[in-house]
Design a protein around this ligand. Sequence first.
Ligand code: GDP
Ligand code: IMO
Ligand code: MG
Length: 420
Amino acid sequence: MKVDVLLGLQWGDEGKGKVVDVLTPKYDIIARFQGGPNAGHSLEFNNIKHVLHLIPSGVFHENKLNIIGNGVVLDPIVFVKEYNELIKLGVDLKKNLVISKKTHLILPTHRTLDAASEAAKGATKIGSTLRGIGPTYMDKTGRNGLRVGDTLLPDFKERYNSLKAKHAEILKQYNFEYNIDEQEKEWLASIEVLKQFKLVDSEHIVNNAIKKNQTILAEGAQGTLLDIDFGSYPYVTSSNTICAGACTGLGVAPRSIGEVFGIVKAYCTRVGSGPFPTEQINAQGEELRKKGCEYGATTGRPRRCGWLDLVALKYSIAINGVTQIILTKSDVLSGMAKIPVCTHYKIDGQLTDEFPYSIENGLEPVYAELDGWNEDITTCKTYDSLPVNLKKYIQFIEKETGVPVSIVSVGPNREQTIVR
Ligand code: GDP
Ligand code: IMO
Ligand code: MG
């Protein structure tokens, strides 16, 4: 079978974790292909909320194989914490998880470098999650990185020390005070735990599964507008968050990609710095944050909130070849009399619906105003039972993007999902 890809079409936190959990019963394998502990994927069932950072969101279903692919960057400390939490819940990752030997390791000094770089940038900081993501991908592309497979080598400790010494030199230039003694102890102990896992060449597992007609769901992290190439650079993450990232991050040929599920929040949020054309720094933005509980699942930071941006969405759909939209959090919009949706940008007096090189300055979003609905939709079980104006909102998105909305999520819980 082909590999289906599920990814975020906005600035992350679209509800990917929840939807992966809902779709998992249809798949044999769930695989993460990029990003790392900067991700926070929430899912909820039996009234308990779980937040995953590194572990694929299929992990709560039995008899599924979960893969951490080569495109991911892994912090052993975060990994072991997550492993221990899951054990308490009766999930034994040693049975249902494999990790690519080619996955790059986040060192304590990568985290320090992230902090030093952000401090040096001052007002222009990225607002990173400070999880060491940027510096780790820099070492990967700079060909200095350490990989999970290296932990099995007899000279791993020397390799670690050598990379740490390189980082120390860079940190001197930043003039950045730091002490990683405690972190380093925990990191080295976590490496020993990591080594007890199935460390594999996951590209073989994935390609053999494709040949055997098994079903695979690739789970994206972050969102398309945070992509290193196509996002709002430099206010982006350091990996390819787009569909192509699933090819490089798992070793899947482009022709083996099947459905591309684009997760879309019914409005927009962003955490960290960077431009956000439809942001509402006002009472309406505040209302969205409050009703949508828009606080970061990884850092707890308040998320910036604004209206749905169809210019950006159409761009994301094109870059990813999205075949189905999955709309989340429309329940948060209940009770709003009018719902603005950005259809165009006005740049130098001209209307355009083409996402421009820069969205930082001189751009004015142009809105269509749709009628809202008052009904609480969180208990709706069928598409037909949704309020007429929400259906009109969905039809508007479908007409503008040319892509069907195949699933509507009406709450954080597994059960609060309407499949059309
Ligand atoms: P992810 O990073 O894309 O997995 O998304 P996050 O987990 O960071 O953020 C999404 C938040 O919205 C989480 O708190 C989810 O529990 C919640 N959520 C997901 N889908 C829905 C939905 O349809 N309605 C509501 N109200 N909350 C949702
Ligand atoms: P999930 O998978 C939302 C943002 C950070 C920052 C920028 C760079 O939960 O959707 P990084 O630490 O990657 O160098 O930070 O990207 N960011 C996210 N925003 N959701 C995420 O992941 C994010 N991962 C990173 O806030 O602006
Ligand atoms: Mg998140």
